[in-house]
Design a protein around this ligand. Structure first.
Ligand code: SF4
Length: 141
């Protein structure tokens, strides 16, 4: 039986894509590899941001890093590129990293850079949710 396809946040597969050059390998997600082809993507990298990069948070309708640089266009470009990829591979499931300003599904940081979270989604997740069901690694149980 052919494997299904999962589009996933690159950092959850152990790839060093995060703002500080680290990863967030999720063993529960990796355990799905017998059933799914796991396709990694990092919207911030394909939106043109370097790794490592300054941490960023959503503030209102925009995205800023801690130095107050406006990164909104990078985040939007990344989101649109991920949507393009999704439309090509037609994933059976999308699993993204909770709390990220791009990938967060139910929670993101509140824009104050103080570690507080609010109920909301990242920029990429907001766009993908218009077309697909999106869950986070924390929904895997
Ligand atoms: S943008 Fe998404 S895939 Fe990239 S490092 Fe952040 S959470 Fe991981």
């Amino acid at each position: 039986m052919p494997k299904k396809i999962a589009l996933v946040s690159a950092c959850l597969l152990g790839l060093p894509a995060r703002y500080d050059g680290s990863e967030k390998k999720c063993d529960t997600l990796l355990a799905l590899r017998d059933e799914y082809i796991l396709v990694p993507v990092c919207p911030e990298q394909i939106g043109g941001l370097a790794t490592p990069r300054n941490p960023a948070e959503i503030v209102g309708a925009k995205v800023f890093d801690r130095q107050k640089n406006d990164l909104t266009s990078n985040f939007q470009q990344g989101a649109e590129a991920v949507l393009t990829l999704a439309k090509i591979i037609e994933p059976d499931i999308i699993i993204l990293k909770e709390r990220s300003p791009s990938c967060g599904v139910k929670k993101i940081y509140d824009g104050s850079f103080t570690g507080k979270t609010i109920d909301s989604s990242g920029i990429t997740t907001r766009l993908l949710k218009k077309y697909y069901k999106v869950i986070s690694e924390e929904d895997l149980g």
